[in-house]
Write a protein that binds this ligand. Structure first.
Ligand code: CP
Length: 308
């Protein structure tokens, strides 16, 4: 079973083939209408369940559109409206859904839910975000970087802000794609050490630098994310804002990175909080290319999952 659960659980060769496939899938559309199907229809006669236990715009729409462009059909399911949200086990849900659908994408809170779904499903399962990781986003980000700059191997990526689930998937990707990664943020919001240790064990440089100006020096890519994630308590908002304000990505901070450094944000953003409008809408920003590339990257991921 080819689940796509995390970037560190997928082989380097398979990750590379997915990025190359995403580039080919994107190029092959040749500007055709968004509702038109691709020439290649690997999801023809396939049904895909898209389960959301958290809000989503990009993941929901890009998976739905992607399945349809590849000839398949979708059902978008809200976790709270399923029996899953009312006491049915994840394992039973996985076994039942596997009798109806060919592929399951789930966005959930606990990583354990994703893993239990994958262990019990007899169809591939894709991680559409958990509290711990967000691999589909980072596959889109790698695609975006390579389209704009070229191979990401050997480049320097700097993350400024909260060491959250999106950072974690960047750390997984650093180890697999071979780029250096610097985290700059307050110590209280450091990423889990295991993500850093694992990437370092694969031979890439992963650093923690408390001074954001020093951190971005030599950066080829600067990334940030919202200061309060979906799973964070709203009561933590003020404390987090106070801690993270020095790590805001603004024009002054970007001026210390390489002149052609890209700026990324997975969106949704809280504009003028984690990043200023000037940066988000500036010449180095590729935030909407990232959003578009969710579509193409996920089509490649789904195609890979369904290949024997
Ligand atoms: N970046 C991202 O996952 O966006 P959504 O929460 O809108 O899906």
């Amino acid at each position: 079973m080819k689940h796509f659960l995390d970037i560190n659980k997928t082989s380097v060769d398979d990750l590379r083939s997915m990025i190359d496939s995403a580039k080919a899938i994107k190029n092959a559309r040749n500007g055709r209408p968004k509702g038109a199907q691709d020439d290649d229809l690997p999801l023809k006669d396939h049904m895909v369940a898209l389960i959301f236990e958290k809000p989503s715009t990009r993941t929901r729409v890009s998976f739905d559109v992607g399945v349809r462009q590849m000839g398949g059909q979708t059902m978008v399911l809200s976790g709270s409206e399923m029996q899953l949200g009312h006491g049915e086990t994840v394992a039973d849900t996985a076994k039942v859904l596997s009798r109806y659908v060919d592929l399951i994408m789930i966005r959930t809170f606990e990583e354990a839910t994703l893993l239990e779904m994958a262990e019990n499903a007899t169809v591939p399962v894709i991680n559409g975000l958990t509290n711990r990781t967000h691999p589909c986003q980072i596959m889109a980000d790698i695609l975006t970087f390579e389209e704009k700059v070229g191979p990401i191997a050997g480049k320097k990526v700097v993350w400024s802000g909260d060491g959250n689930n999106v950072f974690a998937s960047f750390a997984h990707a650093a180890g697999q794609f071979g780029f250096d990664l610097t985290f700059t943020g307050p110590q209280t919001l450091d990423p889990e050490q295991v993500f850093i240790d694992e990437a370092r064990a694969k031979g890439v440089k992963v650093e923690i630098e408390r001074d954001p100006v020093k951190a971005v020096q030599g950066a080829d890519l600067v990334v940030t994310d919202t200061w309060v994630s979906m799973h964070d308590a709203p009561s933590a908002r003020e404390r987090r804002h106070n801690q993270l304000r020095p790590f805001q990505v603004n024009e002054e901070l970007m001026s210390h990175a390489n002149d052609d450094a890209l700026f990324m944000h997975c969106l949704p953003a809280h504009r003028n909080e984690e990043a200023t409008n000037a940066v988000m809408d500036g010449p180095n920003s590729v935030i909407f290319d990232e959003a578009e590339n969710r579509l193409h990257a996920q089509k490649a991921i789904m195609k890979w999952c369904l290949q024997n």
